[in-house]
Design a protein. Structure first.
Length: 653
């Protein structure tokens, strides 16, 4: 099939030198892209682009199966031969919880948009395209062809959007890929705004889509033309280099307001140790560390140290998110903007997270400190990711790979068998690492803890908190010193009644960029009412409280959700569960630091610790929602302006 396509192109190239990427009348261009989730091949997108007179019709069938769940999206795009869209229709899903139902028609300079049951008329000015998220990739190929043929405009508008999305495209480089003795020339582009954040797309010399890298459900998603499959990791590496360069660019634009040595005076300091807040406190920061902290009367500011008055503010230790997947650079500014200075990455592309972590650690790029847990699954068709262990020898090799790259933890995934859980834990412990993850299929949480898992992700405890069974489980976890990241904000986000707007419990959603808004506007459980959703959430919160009361460390983790803001929601939910505001804040600071054995370095505001702090306009001990009032975030002494960070990744400040 590929060679047929090339023959058509060869004929076209001979016929014309300008519009070589438009098929002849009657000709059909076909493509097959292999789809991958976190590098694991999971399905295909097949597309056809047919020409009939001056009309082009792109049909695409996007179809994958991820961990046993099938996702399908059918779409049709009609365009003129200069790629200007005439209509676009997409129906199905682009990810497990992302429903797509869009129907756009262009009429006299307007887009008639039917999306999710509502119809609107959107006036279009300037260059525009019809595309609804990353899928189908062929629509993004058409977008690029349109962009190239229309003078490479700096910005174009896409529909459906809110009401339009601003999309920025840039050519980023050329490269030659050698496949079986043949060299293929590729052009690399960045597309920013079709989804939240940047995607990388490669076209070959005929403008045929060669590869694309984006995210789905917050994790990396790759499309690679069948014949280029062996180049997958190379595509990931090239894309990673571009993205880290982009983050370095953001780092230059959102420079710290202050760094080096300075003192902050007048704030209320909640040092995170659990001691009473210090009113009218002073913090002296010297070269990234806290040099002194205490009440104004007790701290002498050394001569010559510049002083910043922050009267009326509240200063906390920087927050932690103990369950994330930092699969795109845009998370780094977003986390800092939300006051988060350390994250634990719970599964990512090795080739992405390692360079990103190192760029941040070196100070070249801004962002939270990244601690990484390396994902290992049990293999087979339903496995997740590309690191598997089915034998003790494979377990050792997988653990060694992560250990050598400086990962702190291993994350066990659902298909690892009980004896291999034990082998992974034994090897990780031998190397000084700890183990977290899902309770594997066929094991109970007690068995997982007994097999050596130090932490457990999510809240895999069914039943009522007060029941004998649950109480027994909790006592077992306490005795095993098991740490839990309950990801309640994630449960709430996906489990809220579809009729309840997310803004009712998560005001942060009102500030997110339009493409992200479209993803989450369809999240939620269909067919349940608000009361049922609340009952389910409260059952989980009662277990969180019972675990906490028993002495099981609860660490705040989100599993992503609404970037940054889900950390605030997670903390709020712990207060709803019955923790005091101080205890909830500690779950997102010192308790997390202790769980990662880093509390000697970070997690509280004490002399000698790293200066990771967040400055709030209002005190969260008065009302926990004040955790949302982040003004500045301090990362190892560098003071960042939260609104500027948000704007750097296209959130409203
Ligand atoms: Zn996760």
């Amino acid at each position: 099939m590929i060679s047929t396509v090339r023959l058509i192109f060869a004929a076209l190239l001979a016929a014309t030198t300008i519009t070589f990427s438009i098929p002849d009348t009657g000709a059909t261009e076909r493509g097959t892209l292999r789809l991958h989730y976190v590098q694991k091949p999971i399905g295909y997108e097949r597309y056809e682009l047919a020409r009939d007179g001056d009309a082009l019709t792109l049909t695409s069938d996007f179809d994958f199966t991820d961990r046993g769940g099938r996702v399908q999206l059918a779409s049709t795009l009609h365009a003129k031969t200069d790629f200007t869209p005439v209509s676009f229709k997409a129906t199905g899903k682009s990810y497990r919880f992302v429903n797509v139902d869009s129907d756009v028609r262009i009429e006299n300079g307007n887009a008639i948009v039917k999306a999710d049951g509502a119809e609107s008329r959107v006036p279009l000015t300037g260059p525009f395209y019809t595309v609804d998220g990353y899928a189908p990739f062929a629509a993004q190929m058409m977008l690029l062809r349109y962009w190239k043929l229309h003078g490479e405009p700096r910005v174009l508008h896409t529909v459906p959007g809110l009401p339009v999305n601003d999309v920025y495209i840039e050519a980023r480089g050329r490269e030659a890929v050698r496949i079986g003795g043949e060299t293929i020339q590729l052009n690399r582009y960045v597309i920013d705004g079709v989804v939240w954040g940047r995607e990388t797309v490669w076209l070959d010399q005929h403008d045929t889509l060669a590869a694309a890298i984006t995210r789905a459900g917050g994790l990396s998603f790759e499309a690679v033309r069948e014949d280029l499959e062996s180049e997958l990791v190379g595509f990931v590496q090239r894309s990673t280099r571009d993205r880290i360069a982009d983050l370095e660019g953001i780092t230059r634009r959102v420079a710290p307001l202050k760094s080096g040595t300075y003192a902050m005076t007048g704030a209320t300091i909640v040092d995170g140790t659990g001691r009473a807040p210090i009113p009218d406190g002073v913090i002296v920061v010297r070269d990234g560390r806290i040099d002194d902290v205490g009440p104004r009367a007790a701290v002498t500011i050394p001569a010559g140290v510049p002083t910043v008055a922050v009267d009326g503010k509240t200063i906390l230790p920087g927050l932690w998110d103990m369950h994330t997947h930092v699969t795109q650079i845009e998370w780094a500014p977003a986390y800092l903007a939300a006051g988060v200075t350390t994250v634990r990455d719970m599964g990512n592309e090795f080739e992405f997270v390692v360079p990103l972590r190192d760029a941040i650690a070196s100070g070249r790029a801004l962002g939270p400190r990244i601690l990484a847990a390396g994902l290992i699954d049990g293999g087979g068709p339903n496995a997740f990711g590309v690191y598997y262990a089915a034998t003790p020898e494979e377990a050792k090799q997988a653990v060694a790979k992560y250990h050598d790259a400086g990962f702190q933890q291993i994350k066990i995934y659902s298909l690892v068998t009980p004896p291999i859980v034990e082998a992974i834990c034994a090897e990780a412990h031998r190397l000084g690492m700890t183990v977290t993850g899902h309770v594997p299929n066929g094991m109970t949480i007690e068995q997982a803890a007994a097999a050596g898992m130090d932490h457990v992700a999510h809240l895999p405890i069914r039943g009522e908190a007060a029941s004998d069974d649950v109480q027994k489980t909790i006592a077992f976890l306490r005795d095993h010193k098991t740490v839990i990241d309950p990801t309640q904000s994630w449960n709430e986000l996906l489990g809220h009644a579809a009729g309840t707007p997310i803004s009712a419990f998560q005001p942060g959603v009102l500030k997110i960029p339009a493409p992200l808004n479209r993803v989450f506007s369809n999240a939620g459980a269909a067919g349940i009412d608000a009361a049922t959703a609340r009952t389910r959430l409260e059952r989980g919160l009662r277990i969180v409280k019972a675990l906490h009361d028993a002495g099981v460390p609860i660490v705040a983790g989100t599993d992503e959700g609404i970037p940054g803001y889900s950390v605030h929601r997670e903390i709020e939910l712990y207060v709803e569960a019955g923790l005091t505001p101080m205890e909830a804040l500690q779950a997102a600071t010192v308790v997390s630091a202790r769980a990662m054995k880093m509390d000697a370095e970070v997690g509280t505001i004490e002399r000698g610790k790293r200066a990771d702090m967040v400055v709030l306009n209002a005190n969260p001990l008065d009302a926990i929602r004040n955790i949302r009032s982040v003004r500045w975030t301090i990362r190892e002494g560098r003071v960042y302006d939260a609104p500027a960070l948000w704007q750097g990744v296209r959130f409203q400040p």
